[in-house]
Structures are given as C-alpha cells and as structure tokens.
Design a protein around this ligand. Structure first.
Ligand code: 4AD
Ligand code: MG
Length: 430
C-alpha cells in the first residue's frame, strides 16, 4: 500500500493507499464514523464502517479527538458530491498521537486569542489557503524577474545606516558599535546594479512602525528591484507589468484557494496594463474634494490611500510627490525640482500602497547636498557616493511589500494573516 500525499489522490482511483495526517473533525452515525482528514497537501473525508474494520480499529475511532495525528489505510473512491472530489473507504487506522483537547474550537474566537494561538491557527483551511497564495506570489515574482533578466543579489539585514528615515529604525548592539536592521535593501542593490545591470533582492525588512494599523508589520518581506539605464517612465512600466502578470497567474494557479477565501476575483481579472496615473497634485485635489482635511505638501497616510484607491478598480500610480516628503535618494523632476520622479502604487478597493519606487539621483554633488539636508552621516554613505564617482549611471528601482500584495490579492481585512508569524507593535509572540 503506497503512502501518498492527498495532492496526488486523483492518480489513485479505486486503489489502496495509506495516508498520514491529522483529524480535523469526527462525527459518528452509530455504525459509521466520518473523519475529516488533512495531510497538509489536501483534505478528504474518510469513512469507517463498523462491519468493514476489526474491533480494535473501531474502538480507536471512538477515541479520536480533533487534531490527533493518524495513519489511514483504505481505498480511494471518486465522489462527485464531495467538496474534495474523493473519499477514502477505511480498512485500518493507526493513532500516532491522540491530541489533547484542542484549544481552537469550531466556535468564533476573537483575534487576540487566535493570534496567541497562531502556531495552531495556521492549521485552519483559511490560513493554509493564504499561505499557499503567499507561496505562489513569491514564485511568480521570482519567475517575472528571471524572465526579464534580473539577477537575485541579496542585501544584508545588519546595516550601519538608515535609508528610509531614522524614526522607524530598529537598532541592536553589534560588538562595540551599533547596527540597524535593514528597512530596505535598496542602497545595496544600487551597487549590484552597476555590476549586473538588472537586479533584485528579496528578504525580511524591519520598521519600528509605531502605528497600529491593518497594513503595517514591524517585520515584513520586501522585494527591491533596481535597473541600470532605466528612467522614471520605464520604471513604472516594469512595476505595472510585474503586478498584472503576478495577479493573472495567481488567478490561474490559486483559483481554489481564492474561492475558499471568498475573494471576489472579478476585480482582480481587470488588473491589466496600463494602470491609471495621478500626480500628487491631482491626488490632493481629489482628496480635498472627498472631504479630507489636508493641505498641499502633506504626506499621505492610511486614510488618504484608502480614499484614493477606492476611486479605482485597478492599481493606481501616484507620482511626483514633493521632494520634501520623500526619501533623500529620489531624483528631482528636471521640469520642477520641487517634485520627485518617484511613485507609489496603490492597490484598489481601499487597500493602498503596495509599491514605492523612483528614479535615483545619479549626480554626485546633488546627492551630497541631499545627505546634508537629511542630516545623514556622510561617512557611512561614502561607499554609496562611490557609485556616483565611478561610472555613475541613470537608474531606477522600486520596493514591493510582499504582505501588502498578498493582503490585497486575498482580500484580507488585516495584514497579520499574510505571514506565518506576524510581528506587530504589540506582538512578538509566539
Ligand atoms: O515605500 P517604501 O518605504 O520604499 C522603500 O523602502 C524603497 N527603498 C524601496 C525601493 O525603492 N527599493 O517601502 C516599499 C514597500 C511599500 O510600498 C510597502 O508595500 C512595503 O514596502 N512596506 C510595508 N509593508 C508592511 N509593513 C510595513 N510597515 C511596511 N512599510 C513598507
Ligand atoms: Mg512608500
């Protein structure tokens, strides 16, 4: 009897197989037990009838508790009425471990309780579906960059400086000095872009975000991309092609999971290039018209992003933010140096920012001036300035927040469900 994974059950109709996994529900109707069984790769109903098994197996069934680990032996039958398409007619059953009373019952639990039990909550069908979407998103992102000739060059997590402002830095002792956890790998992949042309990195990044929102994590995965001799315009193109390709492929590869999550996929089907664009100025006009209390020059927060992104059914670019409210490295627009050649890409339906990008300053003098204005320690940036000394090159790039993208694709209320073990302002456990 081969031990199989449920993901390949369709290859075994009318065959005898064995399965190892967990019971997620058990119910009896006198002479039959219906076990809801999962092995991680899939789910199936296993049927045990008293007259088909020996008395030892029958007694074992009586003891089964939720989340007990077991091995099943039986025959696979196709079953069109079942949600899983197959059913297992059990011949024998072995208990691996009889689970203690499982804390997550079928009743509704509050989010704090579920988060305290995140290590167990992950076993639910919904959480597992989100993780499968996340896995596929990562795969599709990597596929896109491989197809486009971008080379993966990972950047360090322990760094000597900040990149996205000093207010959200996590610091740690580093022997006799201080290190900061990376907020982005951007500066490092600007260097690898000069070596390899088109590059990206993908890894955990950290921000001591003091805000308690549904879109902020303190530890999240970012994909930074950087391309030599690519200007602001072409940078936007790469971003919209990336997002539309990933979304369309997820709709194909993870249809079942999105259905389980009750995601309205009609909106996602519309995600095709080109994406609409607004300048910061146009966006502010819309926001004021929508009744938000803000003035020109203010940065956008969650509310602004929500209002704007609700006005579109596709992702929308906001471009040309005032240089004052953006990072030091963004290239000013030659037509109006008060504005930067940068963009935020907002996911529609109120989800908000998923990407931030820009053309970079490639002029040494200007970059030196910007470092000063931002009060950044020049000595820590000498190596970065070298990139403007030795064959400086126009270049652009962007950073995509994986969990933001997954949250939108899955249509989730809160970002905490998009990562196995979320780190939030008030949560470091489990
Ligand atoms: O817009 P940000 O701050 O851009 C950068 O860090 C650039 N250096 C990237 C680059 O050009 N290479 O961050 C990029 C993205 C945001 O658009 C958002 O999706 C995500 O990272 N992000 C967060 N995701 C979850 N929780 C947070 N606290 C996040 N902060 C940023
Ligand atoms: Mg941003």
């Amino acid at each position: 009897m081969p031990l199989i994974q449920l993901s390949e059950v369709s290859k075994y109709p009318e065959k005898e197989v064995s399965l190892k996994g967990w019971v997620f529900n058990v119910r009896s109707s006198g002479s039959i037990y219906f076990l809801q069984f999962r092995d991680g790769s899939g789910r199936i109903q296993a049927v045990i009838s008293k007259k088909e098994v020996d008395s030892k197996t029958w007694q074992a069934c009586g003891k089964l508790t939720m989340e007990s680990s077991i091995e099943l032996f039986g025959t696979v039958h196709e079953d069109k009425r079942s949600a899983y398409g197959f059913e297992l007619e059990v011949k024998d059953l072995k208990i691996i471990q009889l689970a203690e009373e499982y804390p997550i019952a079928k009743k509704e639990h509050g989010p704090e309780f579920l988060m305290d039990n995140r290590h167990l909550w992950l076993r639910s069908a919904r959480q597992a579906a989100i993780l499968k979407v996340r896995d596929e998103v990562v795969w599709q992102l990597r596929k896109f960059f491989r197809e486009r000739g971008f080379v993966l060059t990972d950047s360090p997590v322990l760094t000597p400086t900040s990149c996205e402002g000093t207010t959200t830095l996590f610091s740690t002792d580093y022997f006799d000095t201080k290190a900061y956890l990376a907020q982005t790998g951007q500066l490092y992949i600007e260097a690898t872009a000069a070596a390899l042309g088109r590059v990206y990195d993908f890894g955990p990044t950290f921000r001591a975000e003091k805000s308690k929102t549904r879109r902020h994590l303190t530890e999240f995965w970012m994909l930074d991309a950087e391309a030599a001799f690519v200007d602001f315009e072409e940078n936007l193109k790469i971003q919209e092609e990336l997002v539309s390709q990933v979304v369309q492929n997820i709709l194909i590869e993870r249809r079942e999971e999105l259905k389980l999550l009750e995601r309205d996929t009609k909106i996602l089907e519309k995600v095709a290039v080109p994406f609409p664009r607004l300048t910061y100025d146009e966006a502010v006009t819309r926001l004021i018209k929508a009744g938000l209390k803000m003035k020109r020059g203010d940065d956008f927060g969650g509310d602004e992003e929500t209002v704007l992104s609700k006005q579109f059914d596709k992702p929308v670019f906001i471009t040309h933010f005032p240089t004052k409210i953006k990072a030091f490295y963004m290239k000013p627009d030659p037509a109006d140096p008060e504005l930067s050649l940068g963009d935020d890409l907002l996911a529609p339906e109120g989800f908000g920012e998923i990407i931030g990008g820009s053309e970079r300053i490639d002029d040494l003098k200007l970059l030196e001036k910007r470092l000063k204005e931002f009060k950044l320690p020049r000595k820590d940036f000498e190596w970065y300035l070298d990139l403007r000394r030795y064959g400086s090159f126009p270049h652009s790039g962007f950073g995509l927040g994986l969990e933001r993208l997954v949250r939108w694709i899955c249509g989730l209320e809160h970002i905490r469900e998009t990562i196995p073990f979320p780190r939030l302002i008030n949560r470091l456990k489990p």
